[in-house]
Design a protein around this ligand. Structure first.
Ligand code: CTP
Length: 409
């Protein structure tokens, strides 16, 4: 049996990027031989094994044929006769279809090295189209490697367009899509993920609510970039630049969906877009079964981001309502993430990327003031049940009034 490193490990070594996860392909072996060597099989009908000591993945060289819609619709053929070249040709991109033996001898039948040099994400063969998830994968790799100059080859973008138009993307499961989306959002240039999906028509299929934002104007006085889609991309870009967590990035992506619903006659104003957008945010959340913390933050940021921007003008009672909506007393971290998303929104405007955002500290101070209200003295005064709740609220309101006065003094 011959063993080769394949995929990302070879690609990233050649790019001089640290390799985190090593996949190997085994040529000339049977399942029985692998089991006899102590390898542990990963799945019942998938010829992939884990190394008995390192736990790394070893897959038998295989060919694949698509036999139906979606991801379940694959038949594999793994046997000792399958060659390395046959295994590599079924892979997605030329830069992912290189193999390397122990001595770092490279097998590169589909010119991955050439495309690494040319900084091109190019599909290996028409078999690319057999797994529609690859449309998202390519967009994710584009987001990761944009900063070192990679772009999608025009013929690959064309294939991605055909796949997007074919209806195949609709067969993707929420889980597989979310895995790609969440990884892409955590890349250095997550806005490139959205741009590439848009360029091949996949955005219209996967997230029409975001696609609809392109071409929708906003008032130039607040938004020098004007276009709502361009603004959304900039907000995402800022979120990555400021190393925000996934929850914040997801909320940034979805915060302005309501602007896509504004009737044209009202442009460039977007009255009540925060509220109108909630049903769209909910739909996207559910479509991809986003984790609960991402779903929650996206909805809260959607509803309250303009409150964040107007923080210094809010009445103490409105501030209190905002803090209560976030349950800031039990969930302080979530309020911090809300503040971060508001700040990214403010920074995601052309020419205003580095402008100070005093609302952030103001909101933090308000949360601290409200949280500083002690319950014990109220209990000692004999308050209980709903009356205690009311008394706490009154005290918090008092604290916020004092805070606002002190801040404006
Ligand atoms: N692969 C593929 N099509 C897919 C998934 C994977 O062709 N839908 C192949 C590619 O050759 C890829 C390899 O399997 O390089 C390993 O896949 P994976 O571990 O998902 O990705 P990596 O390329 O290792 O990239 P990453 O750094 O994102 O893990």
């Amino acid at each position: 049996m011959r063993i080769y490193k394949v995929g990302g490990a070879v690609r990233d070594r050649l790019l001089g990027i640290p390799v985190t996860d090593i996949d190997r392909v085994v040529v000339g072996a049977t399942t029985e031989e692998m089991l006899a060597k102590g390898f542990r099989p990963v799945g019942a009908d998938f010829p992939v094994f884990l190394h008995p000591k390192t736990g790394e993945e070893y897959a038998l060289a295989r060919t694949e044929r698509k036999s139906g819609r979606g991801y379940g619709g694959f038949t594999f053929h793994a046997s000792p006769e399958v060659t390395l070249e046959e295994d590599l040709i079924r892979r997605d991109l030329t830069i992912n279809a290189m193999a390397e033996d122990d001595q770092q001898n490279l097998t590169d039948p589909y010119h991955g090295q050439r495309d690494l040099k040319a900084r091109l994400l190019r599909h290996v063969s028409p078999a690319f189209a057999e797994d529609p998830l690859r449309v998202l994968r390519v967009a994710r790799f584009a987001a990761r490697y944009a900063e070192i100059g990679f772009t999608v080859a025009p013929e690959t973008l064309e294939l991605m367009r055909q796949l997007s138009e074919s209806g195949e993307l609709e067969a993707l499961t929420a889980e597989r899509s979310w895995k790609e989306i969440s990884r892409a959002l955590m890349e250095n240039q997550p806005q490139v993920f959205v741009e590439v999906l848009r360029a091949c028509g996949a955005l219209k299929v996967l997230m029409p609510e975001i696609d609809a934002l392109f071409g929708v104007p906003q008032p130039e006085a607040h938004h020098p970039e004007i276009d709502t889609g361009a603004h959304t991309l900039s907000v995402l870009e800022q979120a990555a630049r400021h190393q925000q967590p996934l929850t914040v990035r997801w909320a940034c992506l979805l915060h302005d969906l309501g602007k896509g619903l504004t009737p044209e006659e009202e442009w460039p104003r977007h009255i009540a877009h925060e509220f109108k957008g909630l049903k769209l945010i909910k739909a996207v959340n559910e479509r991809f079964k986003a984790p609960r913390d991402c779903q929650e933050l996206a909805l809260l940021v959607g509803e309250y981001h303009t409150h964040g921007h107007r923080a210094l003008e809010l009445k103490p009672s409105t501030l209190l309502e905002l803090l209560q909506s976030f349950d800031v007393y039990r969930r302080p971290q979530r309020f911090e993430e809300f503040i971060a998303a508001c700040e990214m929104d403010a920074r995601g405007r052309k020419g205003l990327e580095d402008r100070h955002y005093p609302q952030a500290d103001y909101l933090r101070g308000a949360a601290t003031a409200a949280r500083g209200v002690a319950v014990q003295p109220l209990l000692e005064k004999g308050f209980k049940g709903p009356a205690l709740g009311e008394a706490i609220k009154r005290e918090r309101l008092k604290a916020l009034k004092a805070y606002k006065e002190a801040a404006s003094a």
